[in-house]
Design a protein around this ligand. Structure first.
Ligand SMILES: [Ca+2]
Length: 456
């Protein structure tokens, strides 16, 4: 999993040792010099000589860079994406595992306050319950990505953390195997989180996130607790929204008491009354006001988004947890929603950038900057400001808001990003199907970018 940027930044600050390597490279050239610098940095951080000497055998691995660059262009809608990620296998197996490990989950619930379905949903999405943890040498993978120029700041602290983890003695050198981007174990911990948050829950003296189910489940709960999980509170609830609402309030950054949403006409998905209490909740509309709607509670806006900043990943993980806990399949929303294509989003981003909005990289993804700019444009154009760039909203923005002449978005010239689209996220390799019965033969690599932007 791609851990929170904040955690990594905090780590980088903590490790602000004198010799942080400044250079980077696009090939093996210079890698050995970089490793020499990293050895100094590790020594300054107190890593043992023995663990530091591990780096002597580390090589630049072009296969890792190839994986990193093999970015698919995602344009799936939330409904499509969750449909791919939430298979019948993951649901039924997830529910079965909640029962099978009930005694462990009872202990975890008492100690960490995190419910079983939440943990199991991550276990499902990250590795299909431990089936696909990866075979890459994670120290070599992290070293390669730490030297690569694309986002060294994310991996350099993880390289030192890997050596510290080696010092901790939970894993032998040979056991540093995992995903191509360095995650280890059944819920894919980066080295820093392994060091800080893994727990020995089966009492054998080692924190084993590769093989020990009790260790995996309790460590996942412990990390969520550290991310601010509040026991006894919900995380995500599918709701129904009325035809009219102050749509600009539907924003993951804006919370209101649940009673306020009730007052505005938001109901449970089957039309029942929401609990009219003061519990803070944000209204999450992954596909705009006509699509599926969720109340996102603090456990979502804090713990989930610290686990993974991507809104689409977190929404899918949180929604899967509700399904495992018994919620019905997601509603299609109030009306069919046409989702923009990658090219349309790029076109929109170019237009927004020309209007001086900061949409970040022109990457064809509806990230935070793009959503905020769309919301502002919708307000200016007198459209419902739900932040969602449906193709007709894109056409209106591109046309400067003239109602009369909607042009098909496809006809406008598409200016592609000069830079290659953001490569696959830091988190992990593409999943392989677990069994022949598993319909997830071709899962997308994670639909997020390393800036934490999501598709939605
Ligand atoms: Ca253990």
């Amino acid at each position: 999993m791609m851990r929170s940027l904040l955690a990594v930044l905090a780590l980088a600050t903590a490790l602000a040792t004198p010799a942080l390597a400044q250079s980077c490279g696009e090939s093996a050239s210079g890698f050995k010099g970089f490793i020499a610098e990293m050895k100094q940095e590790a020594a300054a951080a107190g890593v043992s000589k023995r663990s530091i000497s591990t780096l002597d055998a580390i090589n630049y691995d072009p296969a890792i860079i190839k994986r990193d660059r093999a970015q698919n262009i995602f344009s799936d809608s939330f409904l499509t994406f969750q449909g791919k990620m939430i298979s019948k296998y993951r649901l039924t197996q997830g529910q079965a595992l909640v029962q099978k490990h009930k005694a462990i989950f009872d202990r975890i619930s008492k100690q960490y306050g995190v419910p079983a379905p939440v943990i199991v949903a991550f276990w499902a999405l990250e590795t299909d319950f431990g089936a696909t943890t990866g075979d890459y040498d994670t120290i070599q993978a992290i070293a390669t990505l730490a030297w690569d120029c694309r986002r060294p700041e994310k991996f350099r602290p993880q390289l030192v953390a890997s050596l510290q983890l080696l010092d901790a003695g939970d894993l032998s050198r040979a056991e540093f195997k995992g995903a191509w981007a360095g995650e280890i174990g059944q819920t894919q911990f980066m080295a820093y989180d392994y060091n800080e948050s893994a727990v020995d829950f089966d009492g054998n003296g080692k924190r084993d996130l590769r093989n020990s189910v009790p260790d995996v489940l309790a460590s996942t709960a412990n990390l969520l607790r550290k991310h601010g999980w509040k026991a006894g509170q919900p995380w995500l609830q599918e709701v129904a929204v009325p035809a009219k609402l102050p749509w600009d309030q539907a924003d993951i950054a804006i919370s209101h008491p649940r009673s306020q949403w009730a007052k505005w006409g938001v109901t449970t998905i089957d039309g029942g009354a929401l609990k009219a209490d003061s519990l803070p909740a944000a209204l999450l509309l992954p596909m705009g006001r006509n699509g599926p709607a969720f109340l996102a509670y603090e456990n979502f806006t804090t713990a989930y988004l610290k686990w993974n900043e991507s809104l689409v990943y977190s929404t899918t993980a949180a929604y899967l947890a509700t399904r495992i806990a018994g919620a019905p399949a997601v509603s299609k929303g109030r009306a069919p929603v046409q989702h923009p294509s990658y090219e349309q989003i790029v076109q929109l981003q170019n237009k927004l950038a020309s209007l001086n909005y900061d949409v970040g990289k022109i990457d064809g993804k509806i990230g935070k900057g793009t959503r905020a700019a769309v919301k502002d444009q919708q307000a200016k154009l007198g459209l419902p400001a739900d932040s969602y760039p449906s193709p007709d909203v894109i056409a209106r923005i591109i046309k400067g808001g003239k109602k009369s002449a909607l042009i098909p978005v496809e006809e406008a010239p598409v200016e592609m990003a000069e830079e290659a689209p953001a490569a696959a996220p830091v988190k992990k390799a593409k999943k392989k199907p677990v069994t022949e019965a598993d319909p997830l033969a071709e899962l997308p690599a994670e639909g997020t970018d390393e800036e934490g932007n999501s598709l939605y």
